[in-house]
Design a binder for this molecule. Structure first.
Ligand SMILES: Cc1ncc(COP(=O)(O)O)c(C=O)c1O
Length: 508
């Protein structure tokens, strides 16, 4: 107060009618009805497979088109509700027409699921009410949901939720970085302040996802300090060779910040023998990190959780809900067996945010344990679905997609003109199409043939699969991530590959 002549601000409402329009609850009601109709029709078309899978467009044209909507936005205020609704539906239609149609059962490509649509409805609540959560009081319910989910996931790993802890992050890459940072801080307590000493190394699965090596770069360890743990003939980390690598590191005076195992590794979905690996790590006193970004979902399945036997002995686990729990991106978890490790990742003093006078509450402040400060309420979809359907929904999703992959493997294995590169352990399968006419060709011609085949296949819009290179061989790779995909769709995929492959050979 400055003296008696206090100027009072009179609330005259929002200054312009654009603000009025953008914040109008009646307008929101109108647009959300249009949204509901468009989305329901889209889903119906997708789930019945009545659409192209990939809406391929040259990226430069796509950017120009997206930009044209920005530059053609109506500038004037006072547009009618009907005008706004028309513009809104034009934009929605454009978004839908140009996307990748993951919900089409013929999308059998990347490790990104046809997410459960209802989960998106819960996520939308977070977007519309905006509940970020650096600290508990910023997003109290989002934080409560996150802590409840972490407890539920820790329980599935096999840990007591009162003794373990964790945090949700924007994706598995950030989750792996966070876990490995925590491991480094545990192995080298001075490193947060003084940096990582030269002789520190990380031992990682030779097929580890690239984000693990990237984490080594980010941590100041250096990517050259990643020792690749040798694999067995099923591309799984070999415990005996791991033992040898750890002994060698010790003899060289190197500190091993962690062993990063995989459950499963990305290329072919191989699950490491975690019990044996944990025993080796325990003997050497080294932190065991398990990247279960993809395979964590199998913990929900009575039939398949044996793939992760021994995971309960890990010090940290990464588990992406936006993979095999069928959540919309992004929702990933870093989990720690020892509850206190959640506070070892970062050492930050931010009096404007974290309140040292209430340490009991700080336990609930997620910003203390993540790279992010403002963080989306990433857990609403998972919490909503889990609360509506129970754990069994995840079991059914895992069991069905694993069974479909086993089915297509059996068809491929029985066919003379296909070659399977491994026996699938989950829902990832790598294979080649090798009809007569290409079987005796040089490897580089076979490789070019697989690449041409896939490009033609995905541009046809009928199917979407990916490719990879294994030991110099270019292969086709599929991941069944859509629970609507049936044996019939997989038979059609093989027929389409044959049709395209033979026409390529005929045209040569
Ligand atoms: C084993 C594994 N770890 C980590 C990641 C990276 O996860 P995100 O894409 O959520 O960053 C992937 C992605 O496919 C993966 O397969």
């Amino acid at each position: 107060m400055h003296g008696g002549n206090v100027e009072r601000t009179v609330n005259q409402g929002p200054p312009t009618s654009l603000i009025n329009d953008a914040y109008s609850s009646a307008g929101f009601d109108e647009l959300s009805k249009a949204w509901q109709l468009t989305m329901a029709q889209h889903l119906d078309r997708m789930l019945t497979g009545e659409s192209r899978v990939l809406n391929w467009q040259d990226p430069r044209q796509a950017v120009a088109l997206a930009e044209s909507f920005l530059t053609s936005a109506p500038q004037q205020s006072g547009q009618s509700v009907a005008d706004r609704r028309e513009r809104f539906t034009t934009l929605l239609d454009q978004m839908i027409a140009s996307g990748q149609n993951l919900h089409n059962p013929r999308y059998i490509g990347h490790q990104v699921p046809a997410s459960v649509p209802i989960a998106g409805l819960f996520d939308a609540v977070g977007s519309i009410t905006n509940q970020p959560m650096a600290i508990y009081e910023m997003g109290p319910w989002a934080t409560a949901v996150e802590h409840a989910l972490v407890r539920g996931l820790c329980r599935k790993v096999g840990w007591d939720p009162d003794l373990s802890s964790g945090v949700l992050t924007h994706g598995g890459s950030l989750a792996n970085l966070t876990a490995l940072l925590t491991a480094r801080n545990a192995a080298l307590p001075d490193s947060w302040e003084n940096g990582t000493p030269n002789k520190a190394v990380l031992i990682a699965h030779a097929d580890a996802h690239y984000c693990v090596t990237r984490a080594a770069g980010l941590l100041g360890l250096g990517t050259r300090q990643v020792v690749k743990a040798p694999l067995d003939d099923r591309r799984r980390m070999d415990p005996q060779q791991l033992d040898h690598a750890l002994t060698t590191c010790r003899a060289n005076g190197q500190t091993v910040i962690a062993v990063a195992a995989a459950a499963c590794a990305t290329p072919i979905g191989a699950f490491d023998p975690l019990s044996d690996i944990a025993e080796v790590c325990d003997r050497h006193g080294v932190w065991l990190h398990v990247d279960a970004a993809h395979g964590g979902g199998a913990l929900m399945s009575k039939q398949h959780r044996k793939l992760l036997r021994g995971i309960e002995n890990a010090d940290s686990v990464v588990w992406d809900a936006h993979k095999m729990l069928f959540m919309p991106a992004l929702c990933a978890a870093v989990l720690y067996k020892n509850k206190s490790h959640r506070f070892n990742s970062f050492q930050q003093d931010a009096p404007y945010l974290f309140d040292p006078s209430s340490p009991g509450l700080a336990e609930f402040d997620n910003g203390i344990s993540t790279v992010e400060c403002t963080k989306r309420s990433t857990g609403f979809g998972l919490w909503g679905l889990w609360s509506m359907f129970g754990e069994e929904i995840f079991e059914q999703l895992v069991d069905h997609t694993f069974a479909m992959t086993r089915y297509v493997y059996q068809q491929i294995d029985a066919a003379d003109d296909f070659e399977s590169c491994h026996v699938p352990e989950c829902n990832i399968l790598v294979f080649r199409y090798l009809p007569a006419g290409i079987t005796d060709a040089a490897l580089e011609d076979q490789n070019r043939f697989q690449q041409q085949l896939r490009t033609t296949l995905i541009q046809s819009g009928e199917f979407y699969i990916v490719q990879t290179t294994l030991d110099g061989k270019v292969c086709l790779r599929l991941t069944v991530m859509n629970p609507i995909t049936t044996e019939g769709h997989l038979d059609q995929l093989m027929a389409k590959i044959r049709e395209i492959g033979l026409s390529i050979l005929q045209s040569q």
